[in-house]
Design a protein around this ligand. Structure first.
Ligand code: TXE
Length: 513
């Protein structure tokens, strides 16, 4: 399996691919610069893409502007837009294996995770197609007069810039592209410079589905040049960003100069609160431990909603953490395409070093290492050069520690304890973020009480990680602004217009003359 993967993608690496897409044409970067794309499982390049800069961003924005102001897409009937989105979903299904494999190779996730991502993305395209197709064309408002016809309609925002990260490249681009297209916008997408390949594949599918020229534009390249230019470009009407807090803050600052609409998804520091009553039975205990593992270590913890903060009732701690560490040690690391591998490498050396610094600081501040805390020994499927890091459990943590306050974005679980429900809620809310959190309890009343008090955009009760295309996703606090998915995820890409029609115009005589 691994060898097939290697050959297929290696073909692409023979020369730089023209991965900048502007006004219906695939181009090399205007400067001619290229970038090697690294396989995080062995730290070797396996593809070469165009390294765009501000000039490519300007060309892409100009194309998107023309397509919005003069092209057919914003004026295309909703039913036709919905049909195109459904065709894209169908093409994703057709190419599930190819794109799933590309995502696995590029982002370092397992092949199965790559496939699931493609399925989720197809669902999102179908969801937004159904949502717009079912809508009434406008909301008639009672103006209190038979001679006034008043209606509120929704229109596309215009040119949308989308800046996406490396952990879920296809999924995060699609959560922006699907609603933006459903609403009739044109766009320029800039994927993370280290994982651009499935975004290129997605744009190819949009074109195959029949999207008119200039609606979808893509610039591969760095955040500090391409991303920054998109955020401050005067012809961009909206910027939607998913990534880290520091870069998101810069994007918001740059966008403010031209009063763009801004949507930000900036990650989280997500609590997983476990009450002892959830583990009263062996089955309950097994489920809560299993899900705590999944919450923290899926995709090496490089998930914005990763449950990296375990907040467990004091009486349960020793039993829970002992079992958790035992099972974390058995997680099979390796290249995501190898059979039996449960967790791939981290995405980059930089991300692994950030994780290592966090663990070192935590240990210096008094955390107790229960497992992991180091790079694994190399094996055949886990070469020395890959960016692997062992799933790590840090016990006896507290809020003053940097590892508990800041997003690690690596396979690190911290353990804190509580004695009362109030204490559990206070700990879970004691974060500047507010993206997601979970509560585990067998007491239905407590579940609802705690869920009601958590200041997070998604709260799971006796579960962790699931999301639905029809339910909004986004954060409180510094996890960001705006929402993706659900009706609010579509509303982000729309302007609201009130059209007031006087059917019997007459002078108002406000001024005597
Ligand atoms: O992300 P960046 P990085 C968090 C996570 C991680 C940290 C840093 O904690 O350790 O962020 O990761 C583009 N103007 N998340 O540095 O820089 C960049 O090119 C415009 C959380 O890799 O935020 C990429 O396309 N764009 C997260 C995108 O921003 C800029 C997912 C994200 O990269 C830019 C990833 C600028 N000035 C990391 N600077 C989540 N919310 O899921 C960078 N970019």
């Amino acid at each position: 399996m691994a060898d097939e993967t290697r050959t297929q993608v290696a073909d692409d690496a023979e020369g730089a691919r023209p991965t900048v897409h502007v006004a219906g044409r695939w181009l090399h970067a205007a400067s001619g610069a290229v970038r090697e794309i690294i396989d995080p499982a062995d730290a070797l390049p396996f593809a070469v893409v165009a390294e765009g800069d501000e000039k490519d961003a300007d060309l892409a924005v100009a194309a998107a502007r023309r397509a919005f102001d003069k092209g057919p897409w914003p004026r295309t009937p909703v039913a036709e837009r919905a049909a195109l989105l459904r065709r894209v979903a169908g093409l994703l299904g057709r190419d599930r294996e190819r794109i799933g494999l590309l995502e696995s190779r590029d982002a370092g996730k397992t092949l199965e995770e790559g496939r699931v991502d493609v399925d989720c993305v197809a669902d999102a395209f179908r969801y937004f197609a159904d949502l717009v197709a079912a809508e009434a064309p406008g909301r008639v408002v009672d103006a209190g007069s038979p001679t006034v016809h008043s209606v509120v309609v929704h229109e596309p925002v215009g040119v949308c810039a989308m800046i996406t990260p490396w952990n879920y490249p296809l999924l995060q681009a699609s959560w922006k592209i699907a609603p933006a297209l459903a609403a009739g916008n044109t766009f320029v997408v800039k994927p993370s410079e280290i994982t651009p390949l499935t975004t290129v594949a997605l744009v190819e599918l949009l074109l195959e589905a029949g999207l008119p020229e200039g609606v979808a534009n893509l610039v591969t390249g760095p955040g500090r040049t391409v991303g920054a230019r998109l955020a401050d470009h005067p012809d961009v009407d909206l910027v939607s960003f998913t990534g880290g807090l520091a870069s998101g803050t810069e994007v918001a600052r740059a966008a403010a100069a031209t009063v763009k609409k801004v949507a930000l998804e900036l990650g989280g520091k997500n609590p997983n609160v476990v009450f002892a009553d959830a583990c009263a039975t062996d089955e309950g205990f097994d489920t809560a431990v299993d899900q705590a593992l999944n919450a923290a270590f899926l995709h090496s913890g490089q998930v914005c909603s990763a449950g990296g903060r375990l907040i467990v009732e004091e009486s349960l701690r020793e039993r829970f953490v002992t079992e958790l560490a035992r099972r974390a040690e058995r997680i099979r690391l390796g290249r995501g395409t190898e059979d039996g591998v449960e967790c791939g490498p981290m995405v980059s050396g930089q991300q692994r070093e950030k994780t290592e610094r966090h663990v070192a600081d935590a240990l210096a501040e008094g955390a107790v290492l229960r497992c992991g805390g180091k790079r694994p020994a190399p094996t055949a499927v886990r070469p020395e050069a890959g960016y692997f890091y062992e799933p790590t459990v840090l016990d006896h943590c507290h809020r003053a520690m940097r590892v508990v306050r800041e997003e690690v974005f690596g396979p690190v679980l911290t353990v804190e304890t509580f004695r009362t429900e109030d204490e559990a809620v206070a700990l879970a809310n004691d974060t500047e973020y507010g993206l997601a959190g979970a509560v585990w309890t067998a007491d239905a009343g407590r579940a609802r009480r705690v869920a009601g008090r958590l200041r997070h955009g998604t709260v799971w009760i006796n579960d962790f990680h699931p999301y639905l295309p029809q339910a909004e996703w986004g954060g409180f606090g510094r996890s960001g602004t705006g929402r993706e998915l659900g009706p609010a995820g579509l509303a982000e890409y729309r302007e609201t217009k009130h059209v007031y029609q006087n059917l019997a115009p007459a002078p108002v005589r406000w001024f005597a003359g």
